[in-house]
Design a binder for this molecule. Structure first.
Ligand code: ADP
Ligand code: ASP
Ligand code: MG
Length: 409
């Protein structure tokens, strides 16, 4: 029997009516002759609510119990989905992560999948079961504890199942009908892409386009999974995430992403000598701070200013690390400031490898709107700028217009 993975996100199963609509999409594939691994997310806002409950217990909660609590959203949704499928006369049963088992590392809250056992599900398929409903987002650590994969992790569960079972396709059903040139909730004239390369999708995801979890794209790219993003609410053709070579024509810039999870920290009047950057960023790395953009201004009188960005949740850790380093004498600086009222806006496109002028065009579009750039970082296929948070929507829309993303070449 050919095998498909079909993943349904939280909004797609937020109530019983949507659950039934999702189940009928699954049934349709069964009727076409497929066996299906259905990966289900927690219903609606369940995970946020569960996180709230855990955070209400203590600020220093046990990460293992956090995972035990927040994984229940997927346990519930997957068992309900099995019941709804059975009601449609589709032979189905549910599996929680530990039952499959989906093996993970012990990094609770951000665990990685290390392997998926296929025997149990295969045996059931051989007995005539048509749909294995797997709880997304969860697995079991080497210590036998429940572990979760980070927010949005059901996407990664789905791609991992598709890989382990060598599925023909991995369909990600969500509340938009594909990957767009920008978040369609922000940009009304964003255009749905028929195809996008793994590399571009990986950049967009890691730069804030939450339509797919970054790790799911990494996995799909590594194992060449045919990954399709499509709507739970209609039958429009979705977006295929595929190899660059499979895309015939493309704009220079493919998409725009924005992220609010970016904070700017500056240390002023840092002594300018060899080894100072190592001391600053070494102390941040030792404290587990993920630094993204870095700027060092031209030094005057042996003093310089350094600015960097990190996730908002790590600001306190970063500030403590730098103050401690100063007390210990490993880093000298006069002042420190942290700004969380910023955001990062990025343009992504494989065409940047062979075309120049994208940065100039980007900076020009922002200048025309009188939006000041606070930091810049680039890679082969993306340019990111840090701007004040209040300008985020205007910046994204201005760039979308400037690169004419509404129209395909
Ligand atoms: P799910 O619950 O199905 O996993 P998510 O909320 O995680 O859904 O992801 C879907 C959302 O991603 C959309 O509602 C949309 O607002 C957002 N999104 C951000 N950038 C994009 C983009 N470029 N294309 C499509 N959707 C995007
Ligand atoms: N329910 C989890 C979350 O909200 C996982 C997911 O939906 O992908 O992050
Ligand atoms: Mg998601």
């Amino acid at each position: 029997m050919p095998l498909l993975t079909m993943k349904f996100g939280g909004t797609s199963v937020s109530d019983m009516e949507r659950m039934r609509a999702a189940a009928s999409k699954i049934k349709r594939e069964v009727d076409r002759g497929y066996n299906v691994i259905a990966v289900i997310s927690a219903m609606g806002d369940t995970t946020n609510n569960l996180v709230g409950l855990v955070e209400g217990t203590s600020s220093l909660f046990d990460a293992r119990e956090y995972d035990a609590v927040i994984s229940t959203g997927e346990s519930l949704a997957s068992a309900l989905m099995a019941l709804v499928l059975q009601d449609l006369d589709v032979p189905a049963r549910s599996w929680q992560g530990w039952q499959v088992p989906v093996r993970t590392t012990s990094a609770h809250g951000t665990a990685r999948i290390t392997g998926i056992e296929t025997k149990g599900l295969q045996a059931k398929f051989a007995e005539g079961m048509k749909v294995a409903v797997a709880a997304g987002f969860q697995g079991v650590s080497p210590e036998g504890r429940i572990a979760t994969l980070g927010r949005g992790g059901s996407d990664t569960s789905a791609v991992a199942f598709a890989t382990a079972f060598n599925c023909e396709r991995c369909d990600i059903y969500t509340d938009v009908d594909g990957v767009y040139t920008a978040d369609p909730r922000l940009v009304a004239n964003a255009r749905k892409l028929e195809k996008i390369s793994y590399e571009e999708m990986l950049e967009l995801a890691s730069l804030g386009a939450k339509v797919l979890q970054t790790r799911s794209v990494e996995l799909a790219m590594r194992y060449k999974v045919r990954l399709c993003v499509r709507s739970s609410f209609n039958d429009n053709s979705g977006t295929l995430v595929c190899d660059e070579e499979d895309i015939m024509e493309q704009n220079i810039v493919s998409g725009i992403a924005q992220s609010l999870d970016e904070a700017k920290i500056s240390i002023l009047s840092v002594e300018d000598r060899p080894g100072v950057a190592e001391a600053v960023f070494g102390s941040l790395a030792d404290s587990g701070v993920n630094v993204d953009m870095i700027i060092q201004t031209i030094s005057e009188r042996k003093l310089t200013d350094m600015t960097f960005t990190c996730p908002v949740s790590q600001v306190e850790r970063a500030v403590n690390a730098l103050r401690t380093a100063r007390e210990r004498g490993s880093v000298g600086f006069r002042d420190l400031s942290a700004d969380t009222d910023v955001c990062k806006v990025s343009v992504v496109g494989i065409g940047m490898r062979s075309h120049t002028g994208v940065a100039t065009k980007m900076f020009g579009a922002l200048a025309k709107k009188d939006i000041n750039i606070k930091a810049i970082s680039t890679s082969e296929i993306k340019i990111s700028v840090l701007v004040d948070r209040i300008h985020m929507e205007r910046a994204v829309r201005a760039l979308h217009d400037e690169f004419d993303l509404e129209t395909a070449t």
